[in-house]
Design a protein around this ligand. Structure first.
Ligand SMILES: Nc1nc2c(ncn2[C@@H]2O[C@H](COP(=O)(O)OP(=O)(O)OP(=O)(O)O)[C@@H](O)[C@H]2O)c(=O)[nH]1
Ligand SMILES: [Mg+2]
Length: 278
Protein backbone atom coordinates (compact mmCIF):
# COMPACT_ATOMS: atom_id res chain seq x y z
CA UNK A 1 0.00 0.00 0.00
CA UNK A 2 2.93 2.30 -0.50
CA UNK A 3 2.43 5.50 -2.54
CA UNK A 4 4.26 8.76 -3.00
CA UNK A 5 1.38 11.22 -2.62
CA UNK A 6 -0.69 10.98 0.56
CA UNK A 7 -3.55 13.13 1.77
CA UNK A 8 -4.88 12.66 5.26
CA UNK A 9 -8.01 13.86 6.95
CA UNK A 10 -8.09 14.00 10.74
CA UNK A 11 -11.66 13.31 11.78
CA UNK A 12 -13.68 13.57 14.93
CA UNK A 13 -17.44 13.49 14.50
CA UNK A 14 -17.48 14.28 10.78
CA UNK A 15 -20.07 11.72 9.69
CA UNK A 16 -22.04 14.38 7.78
CA UNK A 17 -19.00 15.55 5.82
CA UNK A 18 -16.61 12.65 5.37
CA UNK A 19 -18.05 10.85 2.37
CA UNK A 20 -18.44 14.01 0.26
CA UNK A 21 -14.94 15.21 1.17
CA UNK A 22 -13.40 11.83 0.32
CA UNK A 23 -15.16 11.71 -3.04
CA UNK A 24 -14.21 15.31 -3.81
CA UNK A 25 -10.47 14.83 -3.23
CA UNK A 26 -9.90 11.58 -5.12
CA UNK A 27 -10.08 13.14 -8.59
CA UNK A 28 -7.40 15.83 -8.02
CA UNK A 29 -5.19 13.22 -6.32
CA UNK A 30 -5.53 10.84 -9.26
CA UNK A 31 -4.78 13.69 -11.65
CA UNK A 32 -1.63 14.69 -9.73
CA UNK A 33 -0.25 11.19 -9.21
CA UNK A 34 -2.08 8.59 -11.30
CA UNK A 35 -2.27 5.35 -9.33
CA UNK A 36 0.35 6.61 -6.86
CA UNK A 37 -1.70 8.26 -4.13
CA UNK A 38 -3.47 7.22 -0.94
CA UNK A 39 -6.08 8.95 1.19
CA UNK A 40 -5.90 8.30 4.91
CA UNK A 41 -8.64 9.00 7.43
CA UNK A 42 -7.27 9.38 10.96
CA UNK A 43 -10.24 8.90 13.23
CA UNK A 44 -10.20 9.12 17.03
CA UNK A 45 -13.07 6.73 17.71
CA UNK A 46 -15.70 9.33 16.85
CA UNK A 47 -18.93 8.52 18.69
CA UNK A 48 -21.03 9.55 15.65
CA UNK A 49 -19.84 6.62 13.51
CA UNK A 50 -17.28 8.47 11.35
CA UNK A 51 -14.82 5.58 11.79
CA UNK A 52 -17.32 2.99 10.53
CA UNK A 53 -18.19 5.20 7.57
CA UNK A 54 -14.47 5.51 6.78
CA UNK A 55 -14.15 1.71 6.83
CA UNK A 56 -17.03 1.38 4.36
CA UNK A 57 -15.42 3.95 2.05
CA UNK A 58 -12.08 2.10 2.30
CA UNK A 59 -13.79 -1.11 1.19
CA UNK A 60 -15.33 0.62 -1.80
CA UNK A 61 -12.46 2.88 -2.88
CA UNK A 62 -9.07 1.22 -3.32
CA UNK A 63 -6.92 4.28 -2.46
CA UNK A 64 -8.63 4.94 0.88
CA UNK A 65 -7.09 3.77 4.18
CA UNK A 66 -8.21 4.27 7.77
CA UNK A 67 -6.18 4.71 10.91
CA UNK A 68 -8.32 4.13 13.99
CA UNK A 69 -7.02 5.65 17.20
CA UNK A 70 -8.49 4.54 20.50
CA UNK A 71 -9.87 7.92 21.58
CA UNK A 72 -9.65 11.66 21.24
CA UNK A 73 -6.33 12.88 22.55
CA UNK A 74 -5.82 16.04 20.62
CA UNK A 75 -5.55 17.13 17.03
CA UNK A 76 -1.75 17.46 17.31
CA UNK A 77 -1.41 13.78 18.16
CA UNK A 78 -3.73 12.82 15.31
CA UNK A 79 -1.61 14.90 12.91
CA UNK A 80 1.59 13.25 14.14
CA UNK A 81 0.05 9.78 13.73
CA UNK A 82 -1.10 10.59 10.18
CA UNK A 83 2.30 11.90 9.12
CA UNK A 84 4.07 8.91 10.62
CA UNK A 85 1.70 6.45 8.92
CA UNK A 86 2.24 8.06 5.52
CA UNK A 87 6.02 8.31 5.93
CA UNK A 88 6.23 4.62 6.78
CA UNK A 89 4.38 3.87 3.54
CA UNK A 90 6.56 5.69 1.06
CA UNK A 91 5.11 9.21 1.13
CA UNK A 92 7.18 11.88 -0.62
CA UNK A 93 4.47 14.52 -0.18
CA UNK A 94 1.78 14.61 2.48
CA UNK A 95 -1.26 16.88 2.27
CA UNK A 96 -3.42 17.58 5.30
CA UNK A 97 -6.85 19.14 5.24
CA UNK A 98 -9.90 19.42 7.46
CA UNK A 99 -12.75 17.04 6.74
CA UNK A 100 -15.42 19.72 6.92
CA UNK A 101 -15.14 21.56 3.55
CA UNK A 102 -13.50 24.59 5.18
CA UNK A 103 -10.60 23.59 2.95
CA UNK A 104 -11.82 23.48 -0.61
CA UNK A 105 -10.61 20.44 -2.62
CA UNK A 106 -10.44 22.78 -5.61
CA UNK A 107 -7.27 24.27 -4.14
CA UNK A 108 -5.47 20.91 -4.25
CA UNK A 109 -3.91 21.31 -7.72
CA UNK A 110 -2.40 24.68 -6.74
CA UNK A 111 -1.13 23.28 -3.44
CA UNK A 112 0.52 20.32 -5.17
CA UNK A 113 1.96 22.49 -7.93
CA UNK A 114 3.51 24.87 -5.38
CA UNK A 115 5.15 21.93 -3.59
CA UNK A 116 7.14 21.08 -6.69
CA UNK A 117 9.76 23.65 -5.79
CA UNK A 118 9.41 24.19 -2.08
CA UNK A 119 9.28 22.10 1.06
CA UNK A 120 6.16 23.19 2.90
CA UNK A 121 3.13 24.83 1.28
CA UNK A 122 0.52 26.53 3.43
CA UNK A 123 -3.00 27.25 2.18
CA UNK A 124 -3.19 30.75 3.58
CA UNK A 125 -6.13 32.95 4.47
CA UNK A 126 -3.96 35.97 5.19
CA UNK A 127 -1.97 36.55 2.03
CA UNK A 128 -3.17 38.61 -0.92
CA UNK A 129 -6.01 36.74 -2.62
CA UNK A 130 -6.84 34.66 0.46
CA UNK A 131 -10.19 35.07 2.20
CA UNK A 132 -12.57 33.76 4.83
CA UNK A 133 -16.25 33.24 4.11
CA UNK A 134 -19.02 33.03 6.71
CA UNK A 135 -16.95 33.17 9.87
CA UNK A 136 -18.48 35.27 12.64
CA UNK A 137 -16.46 38.39 13.57
CA UNK A 138 -15.26 36.91 16.89
CA UNK A 139 -13.87 33.82 15.18
CA UNK A 140 -12.06 35.99 12.63
CA UNK A 141 -10.61 38.13 15.36
CA UNK A 142 -9.37 35.11 17.34
CA UNK A 143 -7.78 33.48 14.32
CA UNK A 144 -6.18 36.65 13.02
CA UNK A 145 -4.84 37.72 16.39
CA UNK A 146 -3.56 34.19 17.09
CA UNK A 147 -1.60 34.23 13.84
CA UNK A 148 -0.26 37.74 14.51
CA UNK A 149 0.74 36.83 18.06
CA UNK A 150 2.65 33.74 16.92
CA UNK A 151 4.25 35.64 14.06
CA UNK A 152 5.49 38.41 16.33
CA UNK A 153 6.71 36.20 19.16
CA UNK A 154 8.50 33.82 16.80
CA UNK A 155 9.78 36.56 14.51
CA UNK A 156 8.80 34.78 11.30
CA UNK A 157 7.51 36.09 7.99
CA UNK A 158 4.51 33.77 7.66
CA UNK A 159 1.04 35.32 7.64
CA UNK A 160 -1.11 32.26 8.43
CA UNK A 161 0.87 30.21 10.90
CA UNK A 162 -2.13 28.23 12.07
CA UNK A 163 -3.11 27.13 8.55
CA UNK A 164 -4.34 23.54 8.63
CA UNK A 165 -4.43 23.05 4.86
CA UNK A 166 -0.88 22.20 3.89
CA UNK A 167 1.41 20.08 1.81
CA UNK A 168 4.61 18.84 3.43
CA UNK A 169 7.57 17.16 1.81
CA UNK A 170 9.13 14.04 3.24
CA UNK A 171 12.42 15.85 3.91
CA UNK A 172 10.65 18.24 6.32
CA UNK A 173 8.96 15.40 8.20
CA UNK A 174 12.20 13.46 8.49
CA UNK A 175 14.02 16.50 9.84
CA UNK A 176 11.30 17.70 12.19
CA UNK A 177 9.97 14.31 13.36
CA UNK A 178 6.30 15.17 14.09
CA UNK A 179 6.22 12.61 16.92
CA UNK A 180 8.65 14.81 18.88
CA UNK A 181 6.48 17.92 18.68
CA UNK A 182 5.17 19.12 21.97
CA UNK A 183 1.80 20.45 20.80
CA UNK A 184 -1.23 18.42 21.79
CA UNK A 185 -3.78 20.44 19.87
CA UNK A 186 -4.18 22.96 17.08
CA UNK A 187 -0.89 24.71 17.89
CA UNK A 188 0.79 21.74 16.19
CA UNK A 189 0.56 23.65 12.90
CA UNK A 190 2.50 26.58 14.33
CA UNK A 191 5.14 24.31 15.84
CA UNK A 192 5.64 22.31 12.64
CA UNK A 193 5.98 25.44 10.51
CA UNK A 194 8.40 27.07 12.95
CA UNK A 195 10.57 23.97 13.15
CA UNK A 196 10.62 23.75 9.35
CA UNK A 197 11.68 27.39 9.10
CA UNK A 198 14.42 26.92 11.69
CA UNK A 199 15.71 23.93 9.79
CA UNK A 200 16.05 26.13 6.71
CA UNK A 201 13.27 24.65 4.60
CA UNK A 202 11.44 26.71 2.02
CA UNK A 203 7.92 27.57 3.14
CA UNK A 204 5.44 29.16 0.75
CA UNK A 205 1.92 30.45 1.35
CA UNK A 206 -0.66 30.26 -1.41
CA UNK A 207 -4.02 32.02 -1.10
CA UNK A 208 -7.10 29.97 -0.30
CA UNK A 209 -10.74 30.75 0.25
CA UNK A 210 -11.63 29.31 3.68
CA UNK A 211 -15.32 28.66 4.37
CA UNK A 212 -16.99 28.06 7.69
CA UNK A 213 -18.30 24.52 7.99
CA UNK A 214 -21.96 24.01 7.15
CA UNK A 215 -22.30 20.55 8.72
CA UNK A 216 -21.12 19.38 12.14
CA UNK A 217 -19.48 21.29 14.94
CA UNK A 218 -16.10 22.85 15.61
CA UNK A 219 -13.85 20.99 18.06
CA UNK A 220 -11.74 24.01 18.88
CA UNK A 221 -11.80 24.75 22.61
CA UNK A 222 -10.53 27.45 24.92
CA UNK A 223 -7.85 25.07 26.14
CA UNK A 224 -6.49 24.91 22.57
CA UNK A 225 -6.16 28.69 22.58
CA UNK A 226 -4.52 28.55 26.00
CA UNK A 227 -2.05 25.89 24.85
CA UNK A 228 -1.06 28.10 21.91
CA UNK A 229 -0.65 31.13 24.16
CA UNK A 230 1.74 29.24 26.44
CA UNK A 231 3.60 27.11 23.90
CA UNK A 232 4.53 29.81 21.39
CA UNK A 233 6.97 31.70 23.69
CA UNK A 234 8.41 28.34 24.77
CA UNK A 235 9.09 27.47 21.13
CA UNK A 236 10.92 30.76 20.72
CA UNK A 237 13.13 30.03 23.72
CA UNK A 238 14.01 26.65 22.30
CA UNK A 239 14.87 27.92 18.83
CA UNK A 240 18.59 27.76 19.47
CA UNK A 241 18.41 24.02 20.14
CA UNK A 242 16.60 23.27 16.89
CA UNK A 243 18.82 25.59 14.92
CA UNK A 244 21.92 23.83 16.14
CA UNK A 245 20.57 20.44 15.10
CA UNK A 246 19.22 21.82 11.85
CA UNK A 247 20.62 20.20 8.69
CA UNK A 248 22.21 23.41 7.48
CA UNK A 249 25.31 25.53 7.74
CA UNK A 250 23.78 29.00 7.92
CA UNK A 251 21.01 30.71 9.84
CA UNK A 252 17.66 30.59 8.12
CA UNK A 253 15.91 33.88 7.43
CA UNK A 254 12.61 32.67 8.89
CA UNK A 255 10.72 34.15 5.98
CA UNK A 256 10.22 30.78 4.34
CA UNK A 257 12.70 31.37 1.55
CA UNK A 258 15.10 28.80 2.93
CA UNK A 259 18.67 29.30 4.11
CA UNK A 260 20.47 32.54 3.44
CA UNK A 261 23.45 30.80 1.94
CA UNK A 262 24.27 27.59 0.26
CA UNK A 263 23.44 24.38 2.10
CA UNK A 264 25.89 21.57 2.51
CA UNK A 265 23.16 19.03 3.08
CA UNK A 266 20.44 18.23 2.51
CA UNK A 267 19.76 20.36 -0.54
CA UNK A 268 16.48 22.09 -1.30
CA UNK A 269 13.55 20.08 -2.58
CA UNK A 270 13.88 18.75 -6.08
CA UNK A 271 10.78 18.86 -8.24
CA UNK A 272 9.25 15.42 -8.48
CA UNK A 273 8.55 14.93 -12.17
CA UNK A 274 6.08 12.12 -11.54
CA UNK A 275 3.73 14.32 -9.52
CA UNK A 276 2.00 16.35 -12.19
CA UNK A 277 1.13 19.99 -11.80
CA UNK A 278 -2.34 20.87 -13.11
N1 LIG B 1 -8.52 12.59 14.69
C1 LIG B 1 -8.87 13.78 15.22
N2 LIG B 1 -9.40 14.74 14.44
C2 LIG B 1 -9.76 15.91 15.01
C3 LIG B 1 -9.62 16.16 16.39
N3 LIG B 1 -10.08 17.42 16.64
C4 LIG B 1 -10.50 17.90 15.46
N4 LIG B 1 -10.32 17.00 14.48
C5 LIG B 1 -10.57 17.15 13.04
O1 LIG B 1 -9.67 18.12 12.58
C6 LIG B 1 -10.26 18.96 11.62
C7 LIG B 1 -10.26 20.39 12.15
O2 LIG B 1 -11.14 20.47 13.24
P1 LIG B 1 -12.35 21.54 13.30
O3 LIG B 1 -13.26 21.24 14.42
O4 LIG B 1 -12.93 21.68 11.96
O5 LIG B 1 -11.54 22.79 13.71
P2 LIG B 1 -11.45 24.13 13.02
O6 LIG B 1 -11.38 23.93 11.54
O7 LIG B 1 -10.34 24.86 13.67
O8 LIG B 1 -12.81 24.75 13.49
P3 LIG B 1 -14.08 25.18 12.62
O9 LIG B 1 -13.67 26.37 11.90
O10 LIG B 1 -15.12 25.49 13.57
O11 LIG B 1 -14.39 24.08 11.68
C8 LIG B 1 -11.65 18.39 11.36
O12 LIG B 1 -11.59 17.50 10.28
C9 LIG B 1 -11.94 17.66 12.67
O13 LIG B 1 -12.86 16.60 12.51
C10 LIG B 1 -9.05 15.13 17.20
O14 LIG B 1 -8.87 15.26 18.40
N5 LIG B 1 -8.70 13.97 16.58
MG1 LIG C 1 -12.83 23.13 10.51
Amino acid sequence: MSARLWLFLPTYNEVGNLESVVRAVTEPLEHAAPGDWRLLVVDDDSPDGTGELADRLAQELPGVKVLHRPGKDGLGKAYAAGFEYALARGAEMVIVMDADFSHDPEHLPALIAAASDCDLVLGSRYVRGGKIVNWPPLRRLLSRSGSLYARMVLGVGIADLTAGFRCVRRSVLEAVEPRTLEAQGYVFNIELTYRALLAGFRVVEIPICFRDREVGESKLTLSDAFEALMLVPKLRRRARRWRSTAPMTTRPRLDGRGPAEKLESPGPAQPDPSLRAP
